[in-house]
Design a protein around this ligand. Structure first.
Ligand SMILES: O=C(O)CCC(=O)C(=O)O
Length: 277
């Protein structure tokens, strides 16, 4: 099924998706084809149980701090986060050697090489925990719809620290849309949104230790967590060295500034000139 393009983001005037031709270090030709055609693929059981446990332990104090902060808010909410919906711990890699090593691991460097390369930086990392019996979904969005980066296509690796199912806030994606670049998003009280209940959406349940690999341009959403357990994910994103964040109000005209995404602490190089850094 060919996805119907969404209305474009005002700054997305001349986007062309570039297919990936290899040579590949990690992804199979079928995975590369899925990434190009569908905008995602699943790396099944890619991360061993010890690493998943170590990441979970490393992230725990950061998540507790976020939950403690949210609890100080009158309604338990801050931006899209809330004690009754989702907690987001930003940049664990800055404060945890375990997380930093994971972001710079051979697996991640290989994915960066294959799908972004030859010069790749960690762009962003965050732990996203869907709270038990959560009251909100995460709405349909492209990652580039939240913060507009150029080049628009960067890489998101959504690592399941617990099983992620349709019941506990697992991820769904909308295949094919990425090829048109960044879509227009509307800003709602619970996050940015580019479409509602889109036809063609695909649920992607994964086991702990598997990762959903998708483009910053692939619309995705997660449902409410209807279970009594936390759904844990660690999200790591990679962009080409030289990527810039555009500043300004897209509805008011052209960007008013550009910020290079090369903060030495949290946006370190993972691939330089085609080799792991
Ligand atoms: O993990 C989730 O529930 C949603 C996270 C997400 O969509 C994002 O970080 O862009």
């Amino acid at each position: 099924m060919t996805a119907t393009p969404l209305p474009r983001h005002p700054w997305n005037t001349e986007f062309t998706w570039t297919d990936h031709a290899g040579p590949f270090l990690r992804v199979t030709p079928a995975q590369a084809r899925a990434y190009d055609e569908q905008g995602f693929f699943v790396l099944e059981d890619a991360i061993d149980a010890r690493t998943i446990a170590a990441l979970t332990d490393a992230i725990e104090p950061f998540d507790r701090k976020v939950m403690d902060f949210l609890a100080t808010r009158p309604d338990g909410r801050f931006s899209i986060a809330g004690t009754d919906t989702v907690s987001i711990a930003l940049h664990p890699s800055v404060r945890s050697d375990v997380c930093r090593a994971f972001c710079a691991s051979e697996l991640m460097a290989d994915l960066g090489h294959d799908l972004i390369g030859p010069d790749v930086r960690l762009y962003w990392d965050q732990a996203v925990y869907k709270r038990p019996q959560g009251v909100e979904p995460v709405l349909w969005h492209q990652d580039n719809g939240y913060t507009y980066i150029e080049p628009q296509a960067y890489l998101t690796v959504w690592v399941a620290l617990t099983d992620a199912t349709t019941d506990n806030g697992g991820i769904s994606v909308l295949p094919g849309i990425h090829r048109h670049g960044t879509a227009a998003h509307r800003n709602t009280p619970i996050g940015f949104e580019c479409c509602v209940d889109p036809p063609g959406a695909v649920a992607v349940p994964v086991r702990a230790g598997s990762a959903v690999v998708f483009s910053s341009l692939t619309p995705h959403a997660t449902g409410r967590n209807l279970t009594d357990d936390i759904r844990r994910a660690y999200i790591v994103q990679y962009a080409p060295d030289g990527a810039e964040c555009l500043r300004g109000d897209p509805d008011a005209g052209a960007a008013v500034g550009r910020d290079r995404q090369n903060d030495a602490l949290r946006q370190f190089s993972v691939v330089i000139d085609g080799a792991r850094a």
